[in-house]
Design a protein around this ligand. Structure first.
Ligand SMILES: [Zn+2]
Length: 381
């Protein structure tokens, strides 16, 4: 029997985290007695009690396969990831054991990878860093230039308080339309969202050094990954794509890994990052984790994106950039009035965590379906 999707959603970081901890603490009531659950916490900032909560679920017999499910790398996007992790432990796992008596893989959950952003409803961390642009392969890449971004950074990052008239996207639309005559759409999209390392107060800022998450996670993940032959890593995001729709959005060049992804996600449409209408970014977390594996290990990265704004359409794409700009501008330079502040933050929250029950239901229904398929498919690759 499927449970009510509403039980998986909470209004803030602390209640999501508490639900995660409570769920793991009581998970053995619903799981076979030989399942070993190892919860943990990595403190990002001990003074403010910001933690990445972890849980490793292993069978008594060693498995060759690991499925990692992470969320909250973009703080404000953490609610859907948290909800799906709860649903996976409370509902999907017990169902798998009822039907198949065996899980075929071990599970690693990473909850709230950016707890600061999750707590403060920002996408970025305490230093305005977009963590999914920060996991570069080496520190020299912080010197990377994003020339397209630099050329339009004043449009993207107005250095003044947000005014009431800024809430109308028409002005931004005019500028972007003008740019659209000079640049191809893909060029323009990638200039904005690919990541930039030169404007610390700008949107999509990837930092100028590695964030704390890297030194916390690297030894932890390296130790765990070393025990497996195959690793599937799913990082859960929200805000991009068709509303109420779960996009599978991997950025993979290897033809062999693409083939494994097609088999794992058979029956589902895949939006490859180099497809028309999509985009590539630098410093992505799921691609970075590949570097923690030995050459003989098979590593499969995947991003889940739950769409909220129809950002693949012109109006939604505009609203998406507009919301990002206003929230960032307000954070750094303030708001002309309380009403402007409230409206900006309302739009931002709706973009990453819609209040609409239909969206939450879609997250659980679509996420639950695919997560239930993956353990057996991973073992059968
Ligand atoms: Zn995201």
């Amino acid at each position: 029997m499927q449970t009510d999707y509403r039980q998986y959603f909470f209004p803030d970081y602390r209640s999501c985290r508490q639900a995660f901890r409570d769920t793991l603490a009581s998970a053995d009531h619903n799981l076979p007695t030989d399942m070993i659950i190892t919860p943990g916490q990595l403190s990002v900032d001990t003074d403010r009690d910001l933690t990445i909560d972890t849980a490793l679920l292993t069978g008594r017999n060693p498995s060759h396969n690991l499925m990692l499910i992470s969320g909250g790398l973009h703080g404000a996007e953490g609610f859907a990831g948290s909800a799906l992790q709860l649903c996976f432990v409370r509902e999907v796992l017990p169902a798998i054991f009822r039907n198949q008596h065996s899980l075929h893989c071990d599970i690693l959950l990473l909850h709230g990878l950016n707890p600061y952003g999750f707590m403060h409803m920002r996408r970025v961390d305490a230093f305005n860093v977009d963590l999914n642009r920060n996991f570069l392969m080496n520190a020299e890449q912080f010197e990377n230039q994003n020339k397209g971004y630099a050329a339009i950074q004043e449009l993207l990052n107005p250095a003044r308080p947000v005014q009431a008239h800024d809430l109308d996207p028409a002005g931004l639309a005019d500028h972007l339309e003008e740019l659209g005559r000079r640049f191809q759409q893909r060029e323009l999209t990638e200039a904005i969202v690919r990541g930039q390392y030169a404007f610390p107060e700008g949107i999509y800022f990837g930092g100028q050094q590695f964030a704390a998450q890297r030194s916390l996670l690297e030894p932890f993940l390296t130790d765990i990954f070393g025990r497996y032959e195959r690793i599937l890593a799913i990082d859960i995001h929200t805000g991009y794509g068709r509303r109420d729709h779960l996009h599978f959005f991997p950025d993979v060049e290897s033809a062999d890994v693409r083939e494994l992804i097609r088999r794992l996600f058979a029956g589902h449409h895949i939006d490859w990052a180099d497809d028309e209408g999509f985009y590539r970014v630098t410093g992505e977390f799921v691609n970075y984790m590949h570097a923690l594996c030995a050459p003989e290990q098979i590593y499969i990265p995947m991003i889940f994106e739950f769409g909220t704004l129809d950002s693949h359409l012109p109006a939604g794409g505009l609203a998406s950039v507009h919301n990002m700009i206003l929230e960032n501008q307000g954070h750094h330079y303030g708001y002309a009035t309380d009403d402007v502040r409230r409206e900006t933050l309302r739009r931002f929250r709706e973009m990453f965590y819609p209040s609409d029950p239909g969206w939450k239901k879609a997250v659980i229904e679509q996420g639950r379906t695919v997560l239930a398929q993956l353990p057996e498919r991973l073992a059968a690759l």
